[in-house]
Design a protein around this ligand. Sequence first.
Ligand SMILES: [Mn+2]
Length: 409
Amino acid sequence: MSVTFLHAADLHLDHPFKGQSGLPETIRQRLRQSTFTALDRLVTVAIQHKVDFILLSGDVFDEENRSLRAQVRLKAAFQKLKAAAIHVYMIHGNHDALEGEWHSLAFPDNVYIFGPTPEKISLQKDGETLVNLYGFSYATRHIKENLVTQYKKIDDADYHIGLLHGAAYEGDGPNNYAPFKISELLRMDFDYWALGHIHIRQWLHREPPIVYSGSLQGLSPRETGDKGFYFITLEGKRQEIVFIPIADILWEHVTVNIEKFTTMNRLISELDKIKEELRHKDSGVLLRIELTGQGELSDVLRDPATMEELQDALQQAEDEKEDFVWVYSMQNTIHVQDYAGQWLEDSHFLGDLMGVKDDVLNGDHLAGLYSHNTARRFLSPLTADEQAEITDAAERLIKQALHKSIFMK
Ligand SMILES: [Mn+2]
């Protein structure tokens, strides 16, 4: 007998999307609602296709003290699924661990939430055990113990599916998020592993599938591209696994080299073309554009006022569209080379730069900068997003600067 189900994870319902106050009100509202819109679309697909069940692999809520609003919306979604005879199997992750304090709403009885120690629950269909599902919820925010070793396969069902919110490790040693080894999951001989925690969709293994569905809706500018869930059909040995994109707001980042553009008009029409290519029928797009390279427009783009006008032009009337492509950020890294050249004139800086370069390329990105006598006075703690952005920029800067100013002199 075949079984069909949806695998979603990291819904982060009611995620506040802080730091987006610069967006127009209509777009900000859409973004603020987007985790709920994604949930509604997941439910709609489940009901349209009459799947047997939905798996939610942790971080369903955004924080431990989950909002009442998130619970109310989730309960309503579960009730719709119940009316369509669709089961839900859910685990809690590091963001919504069981230890949090909240006013708990009771969910309908088509929903099963796994407890803090690994356990098995069976799905019966037409009087026989069709699927055994295995999983556990985070009791606390950090789970340092490898709990996969406590999953026990009970061989009385057609299919076996594992739910796990965690991070794999091989070389670097265990982590704080239910560390596991891929080889341990393979040893369980399950038909599918529905993973959560990593927000970038990815497969750790093909047969059997060990899969991160990624976040259901992109939660920050770094979570770019399509977001959604997997639609899985298992029929004997045959598997069909399809990704279904459903996010209401997509984050995108494009880099445009200005080298070949001789007029602002040409640059604007290129950027307009990029916008149209990114436009989605059922979603809005938040776009960050980065201009790089050197060209005839370098000088005019050096002026921040020009950059602002350019951004204004690209934003024209976009906030009135359902399928908007809103340029929320325009960056100009065109003149990086000029500045680097100046800095390199200073021999002390050159020495420091070489030190920083090693840190950057070895992955200890900011250590050199934070211990730099002058630099550290101007630095406040950085978010993970900022760190990653700076690392990208630093790598590019250093490569360009070294190439231009040392090797070509
Ligand atoms: Mn998460």
